[in-house]
Ligand binder design. Structure first.
Ligand SMILES: [Zn+2]
Length: 108
């Protein structure tokens, strides 16, 4: 039985991603770029997936491209910079760097 690459729960034989995380991914695709981060989280909670699962999903980085949380934050920051007429854009890596400087996560 394979484990979900995002939350670590059982994903089934044919999939690397469990049903809950597939549901969350579908929602992320819908919401991304459309709403604020607060609304984004509300939208994910509206799927009925448990909150701990959502958090695990957002913070997972199975492909080393930055967690979904950092990717979405980077997109929102980049958009905001454009709206304000600033050049450049944020990358998930940059968001992660800033986040790690500003928070003390005992796991890291
Ligand atoms: Zn999962």
């Amino acid at each position: 039985m394979a484990r979900c690459v995002y939350c670590g729960s059982k994903a089934g034989f044919w999939s690397k991603v469990c049903r809950d995380c597939q549901k969350l991914w579908a929602r992320v695709r819908e919401l991304r770029g459309q709403v604020s981060y607060g609304k984004f989280l509300d939208g994910l909670e509206a799927t009925g997936v448990a909150k701990e699962r959502i958090i695990a999903f957002l913070q997972a980085d199975p492909y080393g491209k930055g967690s979904i949380q950092d990717q979405v934050t980077a997109e929102m920051a980049s958009e905001l910079m454009q709206v304000m007429g600033l050049k450049g854009s944020q990358t998930p890596q940059e968001v992660e760097r800033i986040r790690k400087m500003t928070e003390k996560d005992p796991k890291q």
